[in-house]
Design a binder for this molecule. Structure first.
Ligand code: ADP
Length: 513
């Protein structure tokens, strides 16, 4: 399949304006062609019809005159005025008139060549039966009209009381050429094609003009997109000619808005990171300068200062570690090392590790397992998420306070609650604490070695596990963080979903001055 696709020759992309021009011209030419053919055919039919009717009428008039004059009764003498009329009519119609008597003998021929011969053409035979016969051939370019010439004597039909019955005494045969009409039709053909050619040229011009007008809004959009691609995010795309261009403009503006805010948030992040990284370095410099400025400082003082410097270095290392954790999370989210993990065991080991820290302020650390449960998690990452919460519970607590971790589950989800009796988080800052580098009390956070990245990392990890995290807190009373993750990992919900969710939640960098 892949081979076939590779082997298949790919057509180059088509230019929209060329496609439109092609379509306009194709439709236009087709319409002209159909119209030209229909027009000439109708004209041909109508001229043939009117010619036939004219010949029929002329034949009828001549036939009546021949009957009245009793021409066929006295062929030997003839009738000079009727002879002249027949010749004139034949000439006018560019044709020939034959008069045939009851014995199928030609008694008069306007060409004067068939007189005395017999004519038993089918039209003549039918005319002797009283029919007015019209015929002819388009290809041989002639029309034929056979009109019965009746006897002067009118006999009453015994069976039919009203209508007079007459005998057919002879037949007037009218043969005329249609050459002139055909040449008129071909003239019309020529005129139509010349006109069509002119119209096609005009149409081509109009098609090019229209195609460019139609394509222009899309070209405007492309120009705007190229500007954006060139790095100009200040472009305001507005192209409302068509509903579709209006929608594209709107989508583009929305994408631009996102790009702008991503740009802004990246700038903020970079400046925050620089600021955070600079702070310990500044402290180290101040400490080093101060000890150096003291002449003959005692070793104890040096030790003191070196201890402070070492703490600042630890802080710097912690910030870098946390930042790396965040970056790695973005990169390796798709490769979460999930496996069914005993959550109770995992929580116990977290609490065990944090007990020494809790002991410092005599904080009671307890774990309540309502239901033992196994969940599909990446143990290392998920431990880090919960550890951040428990550590915060200890750090932002009061002396002799408590931190309680509760594990529960239902058939679908695993719930981990981390509650503390600490200082709490003001309501208006509860959303912001999940943002990078956000701290409610910067001094306290620094004192406790905080980086302002702990909750961001926790939230990222929970989202990667297709979970949610909720915070409820009351200042001065304590906080409660609740994590809910699905017990079984749904493979079709990917990292992209988590990333999308993160973005839709509008996580923005914030600077706390
Ligand atoms: P930090 O490294 O400063 O602890 P976090 O991202 O973990 O950063 O937390 C952000 C801020 O949220 C903290 O600086 C603190 O002000 C506040 N905070 C977090 N957890 C708690 C808690 N359990 N009680 C009170 N305040 C908290």
């Amino acid at each position: 399949m892949g081979k076939k696709e590779n082997g298949a020759r790919r057509l180059p992309p088509l230019k929209l304006s060329s496609v439109l021009i092609g379509c306009f011209l194709a439709f236009g030419i087709l319409a002209l062609l159909i119209e030209g053919i229909a027009l000439t055919n109708t004209f041909r039919r109508m001229t043939a019809e009117s010619r036939r009717t004219e010949i029929q009428n002329r034949g009828q008039i001549l036939s009546t005159k021949l009957t009245r004059a009793g021409y066929l009764k006295n062929t030997a003498e003839g009738n000079s005025s009727l002879d002249a009329e027949m010749d004139t009519v034949a000439e006018a119609f560019n044709g020939r008139i034959l008069l045939i008597d009851g014995s199928y003998r030609v008694v008069r021929d306007s060409f004067g060549i068939a007189k005395g011969r017999y004519d038993i053409a089918p039209e003549v035979i039918r005319a002797f039966r009283g029919e007015n016969v019209s015929g002819g051939s388009q290809s041989r370019q002639y029309l034929i009209q056979a009109t019965p010439v009746y006897d002067t004597v009118v006999v009453r039909d015994s069976a039919d009381s009203g209508s007079p019955a007459r005998t057919v005494e002879g037949v007037l045969l009218f043969i005329c050429s249609t050459e002139a009409q055909n040449s008129e039709v071909s003239q019309l053909y020529t005129s139509i094609w010349i006109l069509s050619a002119i119209l096609i040229v005009l149409m081509a011009g109009l098609s090019i003009f229209l195609a460019h007008r139609i394509v222009k809004p899309f070209q405007d959009l492309l120009a705007a997109m190229n500007k954006v691609a060139g790095g100009d995010l200040s472009v305001n795309v507005e192209q409302n000619t068509y509903v579709i261009t209006k929608r594209i403009s709107r989508a583009l503006n929305a994408a631009l808005q996102k790009l702008k805010s991503a740009d802004q948030s990246r700038d903020e992040f970079v400046s925050n990171v620089s600021h955070e990284l600079k702070t310990p370095i500044t402290s180290i410099r101040v400490l080093a300068d101060s000890i150096m400025s003291v002449e003959n400082a005692p070793v104890e003082l040096y030790k003191d200062f070196m201890n402070d410097i070492s703490q600042e270095i630890d802080r710097e290392a912690k910030i870098i570690d946390d930042l790396l954790s965040l970056v790695r999370m973005d990169r390796t989210a798709a490769q979460l090392n999930r496996k069914p993990t005993d959550m109770h065991e995992m929580l116990e080991s977290i609490l065990k590790r944090l007990r020494p820290l809790a002991r410092v302020n005599n904080i009671e650390l307890t774990l309540e397992t309502v239901r033992e449960v196994k969940a599909d998690v990446d143990e290392t990452k998920f431990s880090m998420a919960v550890m951040n919460l428990v550590e915060n519970g200890i750090k932002y607590n009061v002396k002799d306070g408590w931190v309680k971790v509760t594990l529960d589950a239902d058939h679908q989800f695993c719930y981990i609650k981390v509650e503390d009796s600490g200082i709490g988080i003001p309501e208006d800052q509860q959303e912001a604490v999940f943002d990078r580098f956000y701290r409610v009390d910067k001094a306290r956070s620094r004192e406790t070695g905080g980086t302002g990245l702990g909750l961001t990392i926790t939230k990222e990890i929970v989202l990667l596990h297709q979970g949610i995290i909720r915070l409820s807190s009351k200042e001065g009373e304590g906080s409660q963080f609740l994590i809910r993750i699905p017990l079984i990992y749904a493979a079709n919900s990917t990292r992209t979903d988590a990333a999308e969710k993160r973005k839709s939640e509008g996580t923005q960098e914030r600077t706390q001055q």
